[in-house]
Design a protein around this ligand. Structure first.
Ligand SMILES: Nc1nc2c(c(=O)[nH]1)N[C@H]1C(S)=C(S)[C@@H](COP(=O)(O)OP(=O)(O)OC[C@H]3O[C@@H](n4cnc5c(=O)[nH]c(N)nc54)[C@H](O)[C@@H]3O)O[C@H]1N2
Ligand SMILES: Nc1nc2c(c(=O)[nH]1)N[C@H]1C(S)=C(S)[C@@H](COP(=O)(O)OP(=O)(O)OC[C@H]3O[C@@H](n4cnc5c(=O)[nH]c(N)nc54)[C@H](O)[C@@H]3O)O[C@H]1N2
Ligand code: SF4
Ligand SMILES: [Mo]
Length: 711
C-alpha cells in the first residue's frame, strides 16, 4: 500500500530512499505538503526497517537554505561567485543554442557529458551522449563496480549477488567480507548493511579481508589484515590452496567450467608462501582462511570498491569469481547467486540492459573520434586522460561539457588540472547539482536538481532482482528531475528516436508496460521482485560462449587481456618503488566510506556533519607516537603529488605502516570561491605517479605512499 492515513493531517507514503546508491524502502511522513520525517520501513525485504543518518536527514537536504532552487547564470568572471537567477526556459535555450552550434561548427564530439557514481538518471545520461553523437562520456565506473561487472559478464554471463535473503531456504554458513564495509557505511551496490549484519549473526564462519579492523572483523573467524592493493595475490594463493588440498566441488568444476586444467598449471607458483611475502599475511593465515571458505557451505562473498580502485581490478575480480566456482557456491542457496529480474519490467540500468545505453544511436564513425584512447575494459572515457586533453588541446579540445551529478574537483585524481580545464579551457560548462559545489562554482550555468523526495521513479540501479517505487512527495523552488531536463533537451536537439517519450512519467509507464501496471499502480505495490530459482546453469548453462563458467577466458584473450588471473603490484609501493618509499614510508589508502557522507555530499547538512565534523586520517598509535602526533592533531599528509591537512584519529586496528584517509572533503561553510576544497581533499595526493590498471584505467586510490607530520 503506497499511502496510509495516520492521523487527521499526517500522511505516510511508502517510498525508496536515494541518499546513497539506494536500497532502503522508507516511510515518508507528510503534513500539509511538508515532509516531516523519513523512517525505515519494517516490511521491506531489501532493508528490513533500516535507515541510516543520511536517509533520516533527507528532509534536511530537501529544505536546506543553501540549495540551488532555480537556474543560475554566471555574471562576472568564472569562479568569481556572481550569479543571476534565470528561468528554466532561458537556461534550456542557452544550452540548446550552444550545443547545436558546436555540433554544427565542430561536430558533436566537441560536447562532453560527465556523471559521477550511479544515480537515478544513469539510464538517460549515456543514452543522451550517444544520441547526441558524442563518444566523450566521462564517469568513474572503471574504478567502481564496472570491473566486477565486466569480470562477471565475461566469466559467467552475469554479476553474482550475495544470497542473504533466504529465498532458497538456506542462509550463508560462511560469509566473506572482502574490501567492503557496508555494515558501517549503510549500503553499496544495491545491498543493505542490515542484511549483512543478520547474515553475520547466523553464519558459522566469517572471513574479513581488510587492512582495517572493521566491526565484522572483531568477531570474525579469520581477519586477514593484508597490505592494501595486494588482494589479487591473496586470491591466487587461496585458489592454489584449494586446488592443492583437493577442497574443490568436483561436480561443479568438472561439469560446468572450462579451463580448470590450465588454472592448475597457472597457479602452481602462487603458493601461500609467495602470497605471504606479498601481502604481509602469514602462510597459515592464508591457508586456514582458504580451508574455512572451501569447507563451510554455503558460502557467500561480499566484494566492494577496494579492489576496483586498484592496479589489478578486473584480474582480482576474476580470481574472486573463480574462488566461488571452485567451491561450488555459484547460484546455490546461501551462496553467490544469479538473481532473476522481476518479470515484465524493462531493465533500465545500462549495466543490465546494454540497449538502454543507446550505443546503437552513436554514428559509426564517432567512437574513433573520442578525445582519448579507451581502455579495453572501460566503456567510458578515462577521466584523467580526458581532463589532460582539455588542457593540452590534444588530440583536440572539447568545447562544452555538461556535468550531471558529479563533483570531480573532490572525487577525481589530479584535481588541479581539472580546475584549470574548467576555469581556462572549456568554452561552456553546465553543472546540474543540489548545491554550488566547488565544481559548480566554476560553471557557466547551474541547473537545480530535484532530490529523491521530488521525483517519481522505478528505482532499480544495481538491484537486478527487484524494482522499488519512488513517489514524488515534495517540490522546492524550481528544482527539476534530471530525467525531465535531459528529456526536454533531447527533444529540443532533435533526438526523438532515442527519447520518444512525452514525459518522464510516460517513460516510467513504458518500463512497466508488460507488467500490466502503470506507475500509480506500481506505487501501490511498492516493490516488484523476481521469482528466485537456483542452479539455473544445470538446465540453461551460463551465458558465455562455451555455455560454461569460463575459468580460462577466451573472451579475455581475444581482447588482448590475460585469460587467467594475474596479480600486479601497485606502482607506488615499498616493493615496486623502494626509493620513493624511503621518503614516503607509509602506505596510504583513501576513501573507506564513512557513514554520514555519500562521497562529497552532506558536508553542509548539520545532523550529518555533527557525526563527523572534520576530515580524519587513521594512524596506528605507535606510529603516531613515533611521529609526535596526538589524537585529534591536525597533520599534513604528503605524497609525491601534494599535501593536505587532516585530523589524526588513532586506531590500533590498522597496521603501523598503513594510514587510511577519508576522501572528498570540502567545507561549504567557507564559501566561494573555493569552499575550502584544497585543504583536505585526498585526491590532491593522487595523480599519475600511482599508476593505472592497464585494462580498465582505474586509479589506484587504495594504495599509494605518503609521509605524515604534525601541522
Ligand atoms: N580518493 C578517492 N577518490 C574517490 C574514491 C575513493 O575511494 N577515494 N571513490 C571513487 C568512487 S568509488 C566514486 S563512485 C566516485 C564518486 O564520485 P562522484 O559521483 O562524482 O561523487 P561526488 O564528488 O560526491 O559528486 C556527486 C555530486 O552530485 C550531486 N548529486 C547527488 N545526487 C544528485 C542528483 O540526483 N542529481 C544531480 N544532478 N546531482 C546530484 C551531489 O550533490 C554531488 O555534488 O568517487 C571516486 N573518488
Ligand atoms: N555512507 C556511504 N555509503 C556509500 C558511499 C559513501 O560515500 N558513503 N559511497 C558509495 C560508493 S560510490 C561506493 S563505490 C561504495 C563503496 O563501498 P565499499 O565497497 O563497501 O567500499 P569502502 O567502504 O570504500 O571500502 C571498504 C573497505 O575496504 C578497505 N580497504 C581499503 N583498502 C583496501 C585494500 O587494498 N584491500 C582490501 N581488501 N580492503 C581495503 C577499507 O578499510 C574499507 O573498510 O559505497 C557506496 N556507499
Ligand atoms: S543506506 Fe542508503 S538507501 Fe539506506 S537509508 Fe541510508 S542513504 Fe538511504
Ligand atoms: Mo563508487
Amino acid at each position: 500500500m503506497a499511502t496510509t492515513a495516520r492521523s487527521e493531517d499526517t500522511r505516510v507514503v511508502r517510498s525508496a530512499c536515494r541518499m546513497c546508491h539506494g536500497v532502503c524502502q522508507v516511510l515518508v511522513y507528510l503534513r500539509g505538503g511538508r515532509v516531516l520525517k523519513v523512517t525505515g520501513d519494517p516490511d521491506s525485504p531489501t532493508s528490513r526497517g533500516y535507515i541510516c543518518p543520511k536517509g533520516a536527514a533527507s528532509p534536511e537536504l530537501l529544505y536546506h537554505p543553501d540549495r540551488v532552487t532555480h537556474p543560475l547564470r554566471r555574471i562576472g568572471k568564472r569562479g568569481e561567485g556572481k550569479w543571476r537567477r534565470i528561468s528554466w526556459d532561458e537556461a534550456l535555450n542557452e544550452i540548446e543554442e550552444i550545443f547545436s552550434r558546436i555540433r554544427r561548427e565542430s561536430g558533436p564530439e566537441y560536447v562532453a557529458i560527465g556523471q559521477g557514481t550511479g544515480r537515478p538518471y544513469t539510464d538517460f545520461t549515456l543514452r543522451f551522449a550517444n544520441a547526441f553523437g558524442t563518444p566523450n562520456f566521462v564517469a568513474p565506473a572503471h574504478l567502481c563496480y564496472m570491473p566486477r561487472v565486466f569480470a562477471s559478464v565475461i566469466t559467467l554471463g552475469q554479476l553474482p549477488i550475495t544470497d542473504v535473503y533466504g529465498a532458497g531456504g538456506n542462509h550463508p554458513a560462511c560469509v566473506v567480507i572482502w574490501g567492503c564495509n557496508i555494515t558501517a557505511s549503510g549500503a553499496a551496490d544495491g545491498m543493505c548493511g542490515r542484511l549483512i549484519e543478520q547474515a553475520l549473526r547466523t553464519a558459522e564462519k566469517v572471513i574479513v579481508i581488510d587492512p582495517r579492523r572493521i566491526t565484522p572483523a572483531k568477531k570474525a573467524t579469520h581477519w586477514l589484515q593484508l597490505r592494501p592493493g595486494t588482494d589479487g595475490a591473496l586470491a591466487l594463493a587461496m585458489i592454489h590452496t584449494i586446488i592443492a588440498e583437493g577442497l574443490l566441488d568436483r561436480d561443479f568444476v568438472h561439469n560446468f567450467t572450462v579451463g580448470y586444467e590450465q588454472l592448475v598449471e597457472h597457479v602452481r607458483p602462487f603458493t601461500p608462501e609467495w602470497a605471504a611475502a606479498v601481502t604481509g599475511l602469514t602462510v597459515d593465515g592464508i591457508r586456514d582462511a582458504a580451508r574455512t571458505y572451501a569447507s563451510t557451505s554455503p558460502a557467500c562473498m561480499l566484494w566492494g570498491s577496494a579492489t576496483d580502485a586498484s592496479a589489478s581490478n578486473f584480474q582480482t575480480a576474476r580470481a574472486q569469481l573463480i574462488l566461488r566456482a571452485l567451491t561450488g557456491n555459484i547460484d546455490r542457496p546461501g551462496g553467490d547467486v544469479l538473481w532473476v529480474a522481476p518479470r515484465g519490467v524493462r531493465q533500465k540500468s545500462p549495466f543490465m540492459n546494454p540497449e538502454q545505453s543507446g550505443a546503437h544511436f552513436l554514428p559509426a564513425d564517432k567512437p574513433e573520434c573520442a578525445a582519448v584512447r579507451k581502455f579495453a575494459l572501460n566503456a567510458f572515457l578515462h577521466a584523467p586522460s580526458f581532463w589532460k586533453s582539455v588542457v593540452s588541446g590534444k588530440p583536440y579540445r572539447v568545447r562544452a561539457m555538461w556535468l550531471i551529478g558529479t563533483n570531480p574537483l573532490l572525487s577525481q585524481t589530479n584535481p588541479l588540472l581539472i580546475e584549470e580545464a574548467l576555469r581556462d579551457h572549456l568554452e561552456f560548462t553546465v553543472v546540474s547539482d543540489f548545491f554550488i559545489t566547488p565544481t559548480a562554482a566554476l560553471a557557466d550555468l547551474i541547473l537545480p536538481a530535484a532530490t529523491w523526495l521530488e521525483t517519481d521513479d522505478v528505482a532499480n540501479l544495481h538491484k537486478i532482482w527487484c524494482v522499488l517505487a519512488r513517489k514524488k512527495v515534495a517540490q522546492v523552488g524550481e528544482s527539476r528531475d534530471d530525467h525531465e531536463v535531459i528529456l526536454e533537451l533531447a527533444k529540443r536537439l532533435g533526438l526523438h528516436e532515442a527519447f520518444p517519450w512525452q514525459s518522464h512519467r510516460s517513460y516510467l509507464d513504458s518500463l512497466l508496460y508488460e507488467t500490466g501496471m502503470n506507475f500509480d499502480q506500481f506505487c501501490e505495490r511498492g516493490i516488484l521482485a523476481g521469482e528466485m530459482t537456483y542452479h539455473k546453469y544445470r538446465e540453461k548453462g551460463f551465458a558465455t560462449p562455451s555455455g560454461k563458467f569460463e575459468i580460462y577466458s577466451n573472451t579475455a584473450r581475444q581482447l588482448g587481456l590475460e585469460p587467467l588471473p594475474v596479480y600486479r603490484e601497485p606502482q607506488l609501493s615499498p616493493v615496486s618503488s623502494p626509493q620513493i618509499a624511503r621518503e614516503y614510508p607509509l602506505i596510504l589508502t583513501t576513501g573507506a566510506r564513512s557513514n554520514p557522507f555519500f562521497v562529497s555530499e552532506g558536508r553542509q547538512i548539520q545532523s550529518l556533519r555533527r557525526i563527523n565534523p572534520d576530515p580524519l586520517v587513521e594512524i596506528h598509535p605507535a606510529t603516531a607516537e613515533r611521529l609526535g602526533i596526538n589524537k585529534g592533531d591536525w597533520v599534513w599528509i604528503e605524497t609525491p603529488e601534494g599535501r593536505v591537512r587532516m585530523r589524526a584519529a588513532l586506531f590500533d586496528g590498522i597496521a603501523p605502516d598503513v594510514v587510511s584517509a577519508q576522501h572528498a572533503w570540502w567545507f561549504p561553510e567557507e564559501g566561494p570561491p573555493e569552499y575550502g576544497w584544497k585543504k583536505s581533499n585526498t585526491n590532491l595526493l593522487l595523480g599519475d605517479k600511482a599508476g593505472y590498471d592497464p585494462e580498465t584505467g582505474a586509479e589506484c586510490l587504495r594504495s599509494s605512499l605518503c609521509k605524515i607530520y604534525p601541522v
